[in-house]
Design a protein around this ligand. Sequence first.
Ligand SMILES: [Zn+2]
Length: 245
Amino acid sequence: MSLTKIEEQVVGAKQGYAGIVKQGQIVRLTDIEGKQVIDFVVWNNNDRREKLSASYSRSRYFAPEGSEYLPRNTIGEGDWVMSTNCRPLMTILKETAERKGVHDLHHRMCNRFMMNVLGGVDVDGCHEIIGKAIAPFGVDYSEVPDPMNVFMNYPYDIGRNGFFINEPITKAGDYIEFRAEMDVLVAFANCPEDITTACNAGNCTPVKIEIFEDSEAEPFPVLDHYEWLHQELRKRGRVIEKAGL
Ligand SMILES: [Zn+2]
């Protein structure tokens, strides 16, 4: 790879970002001071009806042939960020936080309801912050999908039968990188929740977005979801029983 930085922006605490990322470009999100969650959402920029599916992202992956079906709670390095059509919008190339794959894909982003009901304050949550960031791109608040909560430490506790919000494990400078598999609109909120939970360890801090272009990357066709699936099956030597198209 031969990377050239084409954008760099520090997004302040409790602020948002939206921007278009072209196929093959790489997005790096850095937790500058540590323990900061980033609520991240993605659209296919050529047809925004197709957007991030948190549940497809965690549950549709190439498990070893013949193995038990095990939907996952989180995704990490090497995994796809999947769309509502069940094909990759982005791929997670790299993450530096230990442990890897900490990012949550279950929790709906915070919003004014949560801030009022749990925190007693009438302030914007991630939903409102993302809604304002995407408005200039012609996307409405009502179209914001469930997010990938980057760096959110949200493990399942079997004994208490539920998910619990723990402090993030990220240290200053930890980052995650995504490659766009098609032209995408990305948006995120630098999560403002510092009242009722340990989500951001009670201290909201800035994050950085950088976008890189890989001058050695070859353009590749964006296949529809069936074509893409068959391509991936063939790559792995799997038999396609029926075309079914
Ligand atoms: Zn939030």
